[in-house]
Ligand binder design. Sequence first.
Ligand SMILES: C[S@@+](CC[C@H](N)C(=O)[O-])C[C@H]1O[C@@H](n2cnc3c(N)ncnc32)[C@H](O)[C@@H]1O
Length: 327
Amino acid sequence: MSAVTNDAVIKKAAKVYQAEFGINRIYAHVLAVKNVTGKLPLGPSHAIAHKAKPFIKWVGGKRQLLKQFKELGLYPPDGFDPVRHRYFEPFVGGGAVFFDLEPEKAYLSDSNAELVTTYKVIRDDVGSLIKSLKKHRYEEKYYYKVRAQDPVSLSDVEVASRFIFLNRAGFNGMYRVNKSGKFNIPFGRHSNPLICDVENLRKVSETLQHTEIKVADYKKVLRYAQKGDFIYLDPPYYPVSKTASFTAYTAEEFLEKEQIELRDTFLELHKRGCFVMLSNSDTPFINKIYTEIKDRKINIHKIKAGRMINSDASKRGKINEVLVTNY
Ligand SMILES: C[S@@+](CC[C@H](N)C(=O)[O-])C[C@H]1O[C@@H](n2cnc3c(N)ncnc32)[C@H](O)[C@@H]1O
């Protein structure tokens, strides 16, 4: 088959998958390429049912919101061409949007070094990681022993194994470190948590094969973004109230100054010709700083999140979010 016919066949198959399975355009294209090149022996519906999903629970995970992003017609952006351009997710966390899209060319990064090491180990040495994860036990005393380990003294596989174990066995899948950078989430009350999800880890490993993964501040990575690239920004949210501040993912804070710097980065990416989509809390401050740049075709959309935002159950409330786009 000639390249031109191949392209036409891929396009047609992708359209059919989108309509038939209700999947997004980017992932539908990836599946179509695989099918046409004989890499889907069990067919598209099997691939969809066994798709990779986030391997950690992460505060602010976006899985439940994707449907609303799609319904607004904003996700993925119509003009984004995943064959010629790249996808950037510089606050990757659990990576819900990345795993939904499975773009061919992706740059994933985060400032959390242990999280990034975990992504890399899954990509490059998933067999050793699975072996190590199988050794963990869901017991309180054991949990605190593992928590007390200093990641600096561990190999990369051990760092990843400890990270996943603490996430699965700890309270609510939260990540928080104290001032000296020590992970301090207590043991969680789960009934028999799945510490080692072999099938999903192998799928995640496959999905990560063609991705670049870096520990970096978002600004550093975004220097490489070019016209036509799609950037999803999901920073630590600006707190709804002072007491609701829960965004202690790392020892660093992400308050007014950092949010304004991010807004300026958004504007710069917009000027460069990138497709930019950003999530944040629906607060007066966030609305104000993005309204200031609204004349440049930047739109603020409201999302009903219904997400719990406080680790203290008595103070939990549902918050709304904004989705800011430049398209
Ligand atoms: C809201 S979470 C992202 C959640 C993610 N979208 C998901 O679905 O799980 C924000 C992430 O930003 C990271 N982060 C915080 N400050 C950062 C910075 N300056 N540069 C890059 N990443 C940062 C945190 O480690 C955290 O993983």
